[in-house]
Design a protein around this ligand. Structure first.
Ligand code: SF4
Length: 331
């Protein structure tokens, strides 16, 4: 492996921590430049805002947890695209001022142009997804191991490669984190070019990357347990996400494809972009995030499977009221 130096896990973690802290300082500086407070939520994600329709509180907590990542995407895209578009020469890491100035120079027409140069994303190896997901959870500050034995991952990789029906793969994925399962199943999505970009909306900078963008529609791939579950619980989230993408990326239609995990079948809906729904979702999210409205408590079962259940005041109330057999609640 040439001159590549091996680093211990401790060393790697220390470097990740250092990089996060540096990025955090840069984000604080950009917020100051924008006239915002350091602890104010500014960078949000379209998919996480759409989660409002699953649980308002979860949508806020998720955006707060991911804010540094959204800022990282914002910085990377402005920096990378401005060079590709010829708005700057090679130069040192940007100051907050420079970053914002370059962003101002990139109109949406440029994003369209860059999208036109993109090809469909290549397929990812299951082994790579597994490691990426492990690193991502470490970057999010979660000490979460991704439990899967390498043989299973290899077997899944082979089945995905030969396009086996999802029903053959799904039983092998039981027990794996849902984010990893979702990414593996993404191999079954339709392939279109896409681009990530950020947009101003009120006090927020809204970052989004649809699973695909054509001249006519934005495309989003989802997985769900069953058609019944999707229609009843996930439909508003998927539609809001498609509408947010359609609104910001200026496409008249949204195409939502869903893979149902129980049957391994897929279904597609292609509908007009509902801009009112996109704006209403943003408005409701903002009112709740700014404390003008209390978040409506979701159904109890949502709290039981929620990753924020130990942090969230509403979630704790559910557990305190009912208790959960067999679970230690670290309050
Ligand atoms: S624990 Fe319940 S109320 Fe809290 S974020 Fe999760 S789903 Fe929402």
């Amino acid at each position: 492996m040439g001159n590549r130096k091996k680093v211990s896990l401790r060393e790697a973690m220390a470097r990740i921590h250092e990089a996060r802290e540096k990025l955090r300082k840069e984000m604080a500086a950009v917020k100051r430049e924008l006239g915002r407070e350091e602890d104010e939520l500014v960078f949000v994600g379209m998919a996480d805002v759409a989660q409002f329709w699953w649980c308002a509180e979860r949508s806020i907590l998720s955006n707060r947890r991911m804010e540094l990542g959204f800022f990282g995407s914002f910085k990377e895209d402005v920096w990378d695209y401005s060079l590709r578009l010829g708005y700057r020469e090679e130069e040192e890491t940007p100051s907050p001022n420079r970053l914002l100035e370059l962003r101002e120079r990139i109109p949406f027409e440029d994003i369209q142009r860059l999208l036109g140069e993109m090809s469909s994303p290549p397929e990812r190896k299951v082994e790579d997804l597994f490691w990426e997901e492990t690193v991502r959870s470490l970057l999010r500050g979660e000490i979460q191991t991704v439990p899967a034995d390498p043989e299973t991952i290899k077997r899944v990789g082979k089945l995905v490669e030969k396009r086996a029906p999802p029903s053959e793969i799904l039983p092998l994925l039981e027990g794996l984190p849902q984010t990893l399962v979702g990414r593996i199943l993404e191999s079954y999505r339709e392939r279109y070019p896409t681009i990530r970009w950020n947009f101003d909306w009120k006090e927020y900078i809204v970052v989004g990357v649809p699973d695909g963008i054509t001249d006519r529609f934005v495309y989003e791939f989802k997985t769900s347990d069953s058609p019944g579950f999707f229609q009843k619980w996930l439909w508003p989230v998927a539609m809001a996400q498609g509408d947010l993408y359609g609104h910001f990326f200026r496409r008249g239609e949204k195409r939502v494809q869903v893979l149902f995990k129980k049957s391994g079948e897929t279904e597609v809906w292609q509908l007009g972009t509902d801009r009112e729904n996109a704006l209403d979702t943003l408005k409701r999210f903002r009112e709740t995030e700014k404390g003008k409205k209390n978040p409506a408590p979701p159904r109890e079962w949502k709290c039981r499977r929620c990753e924020f259940r130990w942090k969230c005041v509403l979630g704790r109330k559910v557990f305190n009221a009912r208790g959960v057999q067999g679970l230690q609640i670290p309050l």
